[in-house]
Design a protein around this ligand. Structure first.
Ligand code: HEM
Ligand code: 1LX
Length: 290
């Protein structure tokens, strides 16, 4: 399967910056969501899940076709809770319906990370809405009750190496798990809306205890009320991953640099961009004194 990015000559960075600003202003406005965590984290998860269906074996899935908008994909149990992000983006799609769903979902995630004081993420438009028949089957997104071998194998399907896998997992600095969405609970400690390297710092510094949560699923809990999934904890069990976790815990700039490149790669998996295809770096609201 080949997906060529469609370059729309009529649209410039100003058009996309206008959409970016609408999303960023709405994130600021709707600040009460999920106990005042806000919509940033769930927007990041939507961008990641609409891209994480990619399979390098046959170049299927991924963000290009915007197939999350179809029932088969948005009702995948792995996507429980993402309806909130889709509903958040609905009015923005209505106002700017010249954008494709794949571009909107990925732009929303880039906006959420940058507005959470994360790194600047390069973003290229050109995804094209595909018909429902192009929707990938359920079950391509990762399960949390697994160890390092599973994590390494899963990310390999997305063309990610060990550093990219660890960097991407750093997005778990944002938001929280919700028992009703995924069967995982907590954290009861401060669930953050700022993008930092504290996921790696917590992983190394907290005393983790594996226990069954209220839904009977195993997770690691800490005395301070933080939690880790088994796939999170795997990153300090595997010696190769552990070394990278320590690097990112001690060097936020290195984490930011690797996250920015890995996240762009994740959002663009499966898409062929013609030579000279436009690539944008959006200004944050703060950059624009808004
Ligand atoms: C092995 C890989 C991964 C597994 C098993 C996993 C699993 C999970 C689970 C179970 C949740 C809780 C969902 C809920 O209950 O609402 C979650 C939340 C989240 N994940 Fe992951 N994840 C993985 C990788 C990633 C990646 C690569 C990113 C982004 C780069 C990411 C970003 C997020 C964010 C931002 C949240 C918080 C969502 C919210 O607060 O609503 N995750 N993840
Ligand atoms: N915030 C958050 C979301 C998902 C997984 C996770 N593990 C540790 C923290 N965390």
């Amino acid at each position: 399967i080949v997906h060529i990015a469609a370059i729309n000559k009529d649209r410039t960075i100003d058009d996309y910056q206008r959409i970016y600003n609408k999303i960023a202003e709405k994130i600021r406005e709707d600040d009460e969501y999920d106990g005042y965590i806000g919509y940033g984290p769930v927007l990041v998860r939507l961008g990641w899940h609409s891209s994480g269906t990619y399979n390098k074996e046959n170049n299927s899935g991924g963000s290009y076709g915007g197939t999350y908008r179809f029932k088969l994909e948005n009702s995948d149990p792995s996507n429980n809770g993402l309806q909130n992000a889709a509903q958040f983006l609905d009015p923005i799609y209505k106002e700017f319906n010249w954008i494709s769903h794949g571009d909107l979902y990925t732009l929303g995630a880039v906006c959420a990370i940058q507005e959470a004081q994360g790194p600047k993420i390069k973003w290229r438009p050109g995804r094209v809405d595909l018909p429902e028949s192009a929707t990938p089957e359920n079950g391509r997104l990762p399960d949390a009750v697994n160890g390092a071998d599973y994590v390494r194998k899963f990310y390999a399907r997305l063309r990610m190496n060990d550093r990219e896998a660890v960097a991407l997992t750093g997005a778990h600095c944002l938001g929280r798990t919700h028992l009703k969405n995924s069967g995982f609970d907590g954290p009861w400690g401060a669930a953050s809306s700022s993008f930092t390297n504290e996921f790696f710092i917590n992983l190394l510094n907290e005393q983790w205890k594996l226990q069954k949560n209220a839904a009977g699923n195993k997770q690691y809990d800490s005395p301070k009320g933080y939690m880790m999934l088994e796939t999170d904890y795997a990153l300090i069990q595997d010696p190769i991953y552990l070394k990278i976790v320590k690097e990112y815990a001690n060097n936020e700039a290195s984490f930011f640099k690797d996250f920015a490149s890995s996240f762009q790669k994740l959002l663009e998996n499966g898409i062929d961009y013609p030579k000279g295809a436009p690539e944008y770096i959006f200004k944050t609201l703060d950059d624009q004194d808004m």
